[in-house]
Design a protein around this ligand. Structure first.
Ligand SMILES: CC(C)(COP(=O)(O)OP(=O)(O)OC[C@H]1O[C@@H](n2cnc3c(N)ncnc32)[C@H](O)[C@@H]1OP(=O)(O)O)[C@@H](O)C(=O)NCCC(=O)NCCS
Length: 321
């Protein structure tokens, strides 16, 4: 029996990307001047980070999500009334309820869309993009807004040597629409709950904490093969990729995965250098910034891979807008 969906579609694609970063920049030296026990050279060598952005105390996760969403929606030219679903990926909401996505939709003036938050930490955006694509494919939604937004500064111990120089604030967004040509490839995902404690909000302190070496080993030993599998499932050869946008965890991790992938013709997103690690925001934010500064033809394959706390990962190939 063939389903006769009201909004039948052949495929979905990302039609626009957007981003927002708070205006306050903290360099490594700023952190050190404020009492963080480290040095600029050590941080650059181990993480690749030179500076990061931090939101004002009165600037909320939804505030940042709103700015990134407005950027993506304006570029998409999709009328607000035709956005049927809003998905917001985050792991740093101050409270689990009220959910951020419904507040975001209200701020934007989108009628009464479906809305839900996703927490898959640094893989949140790629899981959410897959859910958005599926919602379009099954006829549930015409257009979907997907946002990744994080405010790590609410959860940071600024003296913690394994996290304070890494995590940061920001937001990125994408609008997905129906498309004659499928523009979102199959999701490849998995998890390793045995190592759940490797990145955590400490229940005693409510601060982000991590076992950096466990995360580093997991990411560098397995995400390269995941990247290759995502390409294989999408029917794309690595050297056909025009962009590789991995989660911005750490520059050494990004370069190690890129080396294993061997995408000789791809621009590799390295936004971590000036933005730090913004978890679910890092892929759409880094990609949106790259697309704003490079001229990339429409319809070419770009590889996204999110990975981190959980531990969990998810990735797909999407076509350039
Ligand atoms: C966090 C990370 C940078 C720490 O680097 P590391 O090499 O594992 O550091 P270690 O904890 O083993 O410490 C090594 C040395 O550096 C020192 N050190 C640790 N943190 C430091 C800091 N922030 N500044 C300066 N020195 C530091 C330690 O004291 C230790 O010194 P010693 O050798 O004299 O004892 C690294 O593990 C990492 O990048 N992991 C991945 C984290 C990540 O990407 N998380 C996000 C995933 S989504």
């Amino acid at each position: 029996m063939a389903l006769n969906g009201r909004l039948k579609s052949r495929g979905s694609r990302v039609v626009a990307w957007g981003h927002y970063q708070p205006s306050t920049t903290l360099t490594n030296d700023d952190l050190i001047a404020a009492g963080f026990d480290s040095d600029d050279e050590w941080i650059r060598t181990r993480t690749g980070i030179t500076e990061r952005r931090v939101a004002r105390a009165d600037e909320s996760l939804v505030d940042m999500a709103e700015q990134a969403a407005r950027d993506a929606i304006a570029k998409s030219e999709v009328p607000l009334a035709e956005i049927d679903l809003v998905i917001l990926a985050t792991c740093t909401a101050k409270n689990p309820v009220p959910i951020a996505s419904a507040q975001l939709a209200d701020r934007l003036g989108i009628g009464s869309p479906g809305s839900y938050d996703v927490n898959a930490a640094c893989a949140g955006f790629t899981y959410a993009t897959s859910a958005a694509s599926d919602a379009i494919l099954c006829g549930q939604a015409r257009n979907v807004l997907v946002v990744g937004a994080e405010k790590f500064s609410d959860w940071m111990d600024w003296r913690d040597r394994s996290t304070a120089m890494i995590f940061a604030d920001g937001a990125g967004a994408a609008v997905l629409s129906r498309s004659e040509v499928p523009g979102v490839g199959p999701l490849v995902c998995g998890s390793d709950g045995f190592n759940a404690q490797a990145i955590r909000i400490d229940p005693e302190t409510s601060m982000i904490a991590q076992d950096g070496q466990t995360v580093y080993r997991w990411a560098t030993s397995s995400m390269g093969d995941v990247a290759l599998e995502v390409c294989r499932r999408a029917g794309v050869k690595p050297d056909e990729l025009v962009v590789f946008a991995p989660h911005q965890a750490n520059l050494r991790i990004i370069r190690s995965i890129a080396a294993r992938l061997g995408a000789a013709n791809a621009l590799v997103v390295e936004d971590i250098v000036t933005s730090g690690n913004t978890s679910a925001a890092s892929i759409p934010m880094g990609l949106s910034k790259l697309l704003a500064t490079h001229s990339i033809a429409a319809g070419l394959p770009m590889l996204l891979i999110g990975f981190g706390a959980g531990l969990t990962y998810a990735g797909q190939v999407v076509l350039s807008p």
